[in-house]
Design a protein around this ligand. Structure first.
Ligand SMILES: [Zn+2]
Length: 264
């Protein structure tokens, strides 16, 4: 009896160990497959060792991992059309996003993305573009757009939208859209909320102004149950164990779904 009990305990511990170690290519590949869309959220790619900055070698390893896993990078437009059932998404769709439009996105991230043939989307703050040295120029944005990068809006000045009156929210959303459209010559239809904060009222204004969708920093994967104006993303940070955390963050949602977690 006692022997049998210990055997069961050993099997349970063993299974737990297996699960925690099973972050190999196959398991992760399975996780990003199907009707789930993984949206990664980056800020900076530099060796400056702040939490929002991913060191170059780690970013390179992460992009290599996505590429080796057979992930196909998509645009916000493709994600939108896929969720509406208008197009069929590739088997392992991943949307790589960056917020803020830092210069290192051009100098450091862009060459690595090109190396692996990956596309990405950058949400920029157009009143900072070609103004502050730490932010990209219009010329850089245009060059990136000609090479697989999509530029979308991160508002005009990056305020906390929840603290603004309606007319200022409208200005932030509409003027950024107009300025980007004027400079880049194509419709701007997606938004990332600054600091990720939003509410239904702000989402309603964005929709009224012609946006098709907006991204939050709500942690999760996008699927058919997602709200177009509260799209989930998986933030990638620099930590003491950046790569291990990257795999864990990608694998995160599966355990929630196993325990019956549902969206809304
Ligand atoms: Zn931001």
């Amino acid at each position: 009896m006692i022997k049998k009990f210990f055997l069961i305990v050993l099997v349970v511990i063993g299974l737990g160990f297996y699960r925690s170690q099973a972050q190999n290519l196959d398991e992760i590949s399975e996780i990003v497959e199907g009707s789930k869309i993984l949206v990664l959220n980056y800020h900076q790619v530099t060796d400056s060792h702040t939490s929002l900055a991913i060191p170059l070698k780690d970013f390179d390893a992460q992009m290599k991992f996505l590429s080796d896993s057979g992930c196909i990078t998509i645009t916000p437009d493709e994600l939108y059309a896929g969720l509406r059932g208008e197009v069929e998404l590739p088997p392992k769709p991943v949307l790589i996003t960056f917020d803020d439009g830092y210069t290192d996105n051009y100098t450091n991230a862009f060459p690595i993305l090109k190396k692996y043939g990956l596309r990405a989307t950058i949400f920029v703050i157009p009143s900072f573009t070609s103004v502050y040295p730490n932010y990209m120029t219009w010329e850089q944005l245009k060059e990136m757009e000609a090479n697989g990068i999509t530029i979308e809006s991160h508002t005009l000045t990056h305020p906390k939208l929840e603290e603004l009156p309606d007319d200022e929210i409208r200005n932030e959303l509409l003027n950024s859209k107009n300025l980007l459209e004027e400079q880049l010559g194509h419709p701007i239809e997606f938004l990332a909320y600054p600091t990720g904060t939003y509410n239904l009222h702000i989402a309603g204004i964005a929709q009224d102004l012609g946006y098709k969708g907006a991204f939050t920093i709500k942690y999760g994967v996008v699927d058919k149950g997602s709200n177009f104006f509260a799209l989930e993303r998986v933030p990638i940070f620099h930590t003491a164990t950046t790569m291990k955390d990257f795999y864990e963050r990608i694998a995160w949602r599966q355990s929630f779904e196993e325990f019956g977690w549902m969206k809304r």
